[in-house]
Ligand binder design. Structure first.
Ligand code: PLP
Length: 386
């Protein structure tokens, strides 16, 4: 366990050490996906109001194992309205962020020894969320053309042991947003294979970046394409609350065994000692479902970086959302490339641990001024390869 440390966290810790030497403002730390904009005032007001005006014993008391009913109903109502699916309170399970959501969803639909498929490049924590359940994560190689799904490769991975497919759109690390065509094709294939194998293949859709989509583009809602979907959401990025640890699993109203899956997750929660995210955060977020932080800075930062990277000759696909960009490194060994970048105080994450060697990730959830000041460092890094 101790050997499997996060490359992202290690780079982030290096950034802290370096900042102590040369000053925070001089380190261009693109390592960690920690939001750089404050939560919206509605969240702060909701917290103040709850603390000042609620009866403290009730406010701070234990909440039911399935989560706070006010939060669950408010989420069901909000996503029903937004996505046109009849979610009810019984379909919503509050969790500690998307991490908790994925860990519960995978446990709910698999048994040890089952296979779960995901697609490279992928968020490296998936290995831990999935493998610690006893299921086995299988990674389909990337479609490096446009970072949608490599369907030819996917077909070779499907077999009767596969019980779930884990997707992430908008995607960390590529910034790609799955198109309706991709989701339709995936739904068609999973329906066909579920019939062939005589059991449901569940879709677990990880969507913490749902609200961060650029140029006014839409993010097609995966569950609308496939009923056997467990949607995993988080308020970490949309409301800039990663430390407050709130997300949820929304079980599609027509999902196979959908009526019991939330109760199953509540039992799983007991077993792993999760036992509900904090009540006050659920209550405050229930009042903020129709707002987000001011997320516009991420698009500004993306455009600055995308323009500079293409000008410098990097092969890079323009992100459709998130706060990540995923260029090809200027040498085959992306670990060596990111090591060299450190000489210019640019902290980049090599994509080997994302299952896509040769690329690197930049998390541009930092001040725009710093993005601008980092551009000469990027120029110098590129020049060092000429
Ligand atoms: C793709 C993806 N999934 C899940 C998570 C976990 O997020 P949370 O803070 O909601 O647990 C992250 C966090 O960065 C992420 O990028």
């Amino acid at each position: 366990m101790l050997g499997a440390k996060s490359v992202i966290r290690e780079m982030f810790m290096y950034g802290k050490e370096r900042a102590a030497q040369i000053g925070y403002e001089n380190v261009f730390d693109y390592s960690l996906g920690n939001p750089s904009v404050p939560c919206p005032p509605q969240f702060t007001q909701a917290m103040v109001d709850l603390l000042q005006n609620s009866e403290p014993v009730a406010l701070h008391g234990y909440c039911p194992s399935q989560g706070d009913p006010t939060f669950r109903s408010a989420v069901a109502q909000s996503i029903s309205h937004r996505f046109g699916l009849p979610y009810e309170q019984k379909h919503i399970f509050p969790t500690t962020g998307a991490a908790g959501a994925i860990a519960h969803a995978i446990r709910a639909v698999t048994t040890p020894g089952d296979e779960v498929i995901t697609f490279a490049p992928f968020f490296p924590e998936y290995i831990h969320y999935v493998n610690k359940t006893g299921a086995d994560l299988k990674v389909v190689p990337p479609d490096t053309e446009d970072f949608q799904i490599n369907f030819d490769a996917l077909e070779t991975f499907l077999n009767p042991s596969v019980k779930a497919v884990l997707i992430n759109t908008p995607n960390n690390p590529t910034g790609a947003v799955y198109t309706a065509r991709t989701l339709e094709r995936l739904a068609g294939l999973l329906t066909q294979k579920s019939r062939e194998y005589g059991h449901t293949i569940f879709l677990v859709s990880d969507e913490p970046y749902r609200e961060i989509v650029f140029a006014g583009a839409e993010h097609p809602y995966p569950a609308a394409f496939y009923p056997n979907t467990l949607t995993c959401y988080s308020f970490s990025k949309s409301l800039s609350l990663p430390g407050e640890r709130l997300g949820y699993v929304a079980v599609h109203p027509q999902c196979e065994e959908g009526d019991i899956l939330v109760d199953v997750m509540a039992q799983i929660s007991r077993g792993i000692g999760h036992n509900c995210p904090p009540s006050i955060i659920q209550l405050a977020c229930a009042r903020c479902l129709e707002v987000t932080s001011d997320l516009s800075v991420y698009e500004t930062n993306m455009n600055l970086l995308y323009n500079k990277l293409t000008e410098l000759g990097f092969a890079v696909k323009k992100p459709g959302g998130t706060f990540y960009i995923f260029p090809k490194a200027l040498e085959e060994d992306s670990i060596a490339f990111c090591e060299r970048a450190k000489q210019f105080d640019l902290l980049l994450v090599p994509a080997d641990s994302f299952g896509c060697p040769g690329y690197f990730r930049m998390a541009y959830c930092i001040d725009t001024d710093k993005v601008r000041r980092s551009l000469p460092a990027l120029e110098a890094l590129a020049a060092s390869y000429r």
